[in-house]
Design a protein around this ligand. Structure first.
Ligand code: HEC
Ligand code: HEC
Length: 204
């Protein structure tokens, strides 16, 4: 079995557990109510300075949060707080939020449409990125790069942020340590990273 196949098998099993967990959570709590969305909208007024109105960032290295998977956003907040993901500013900010505030912000952000602002990259670069994506990344991030409960959506993500994140995983710089992403970026050249980022940014 190739390394990719064993990853995919493990992912398949994880996906099943994730589905069961989500189904259980849904049975226990209902979808975010209008009040949670309203509170979330007020809360993210400050976040909008960087992540943009409704979670659509305009600076290339700041991630869009709009339309991102709720469970993924929750996990990243947890990682900023416990130090597994290192960004002193974001860590301080998330620590200052109560669990209820975090939940409201996530409910609001994940319900917003992603409206990518990055200019389209040259067609040849997008095509190169697409073929790399179709060999490796689709197994976890999905055919349309929408991710799932444990894997982030990449479709429409800010390309500068995708490049920065991929290089951090590949080079083991320490801001984000994730064995699965380290393994899947180890073989990537800078040009391949740029191309894949251009491709996922072009998806809607
Ligand atoms: C001063 C600018 C700034 C502000 C204000 C800000 N952020 Fe961030 N945020 C960033 C940057 C930059 C990153 C990417 C950090 C990195 O490179 O790892 C980030 C990353 C994140 C991530 C991880 C996204 C991902 O795709 O993994 C979440 C979640 C997040 N921010 C939530 C928030 C929330 C909620 C608020 C408001 C309470 C907020 N941020 C306010 C700059 C900001
Ligand atoms: C085996 C499953 C798997 C494969 C294959 C995979 N990823 Fe990931 N990816 C993940 C997981 C899980 C995370 C969340 C990691 C974390 O929390 O830091 C992630 C995170 C990311 C992020 C950070 C997104 C954000 O919002 O901060 C980017 C960018 C990314 N992957 C791109 C890719 C690309 C491009 C490929 C193909 C070269 C790829 N991934 C292959 C599972 C995978």
């Amino acid at each position: 079995m190739s390394r990719w196949e064993s990853h995919a098998l493990r992912r398949g099993a994880m996906g099943l557990f994730a589905c069961l967990a989500v189904a259980t959570a849904l049975a226990q709590t209902s979808a975010p109510d209008a009040k949670a969305l309203e509170r979330g909208a007020k809360l993210i007024g400050f976040c909008a300075n960087c992540h943009g109105a409704n979670g659509n960032a305009s600076a290339p290295e700041i991630p869009n949060l709009a339309g991102q998977n709720a469970a993924y956003l929750e996990e990243q907040m947890r990682r900023f707080v416990d130090g597994r993901r290192k960004d002193p500013f974001m860590a301080g900010l998330i620590k200052a939020m109560s669990p209820a505030e975090r939940a409201d912000a996530i409910a609001y952000l994940s319900a917003q449409p992603m409206q990518p602002s990055a200019p389209r990259a040259p067609a040849a670069q997008i095509a190169e990125g697409q073929s790399y994506y179709a060999k490796v990344c689709f197994r976890c991030h999905g055919d349309k790069a929408m991710g799932d409960a444990t894997v982030p959506r990449l479709a429409g993500q800010q390309p500068g942020y995708v490049v920065k994140s991929l290089k951090r995983y590949r080079d083991g710089t320490g801001e984000r340590l994730e064995p699965v992403m380290a393994a899947n970026t180890k073989m990537m050249s800078d040009a391949q990273i740029q191309a894949v980022a251009a491709y996922v940014a072009s998806l809607r």
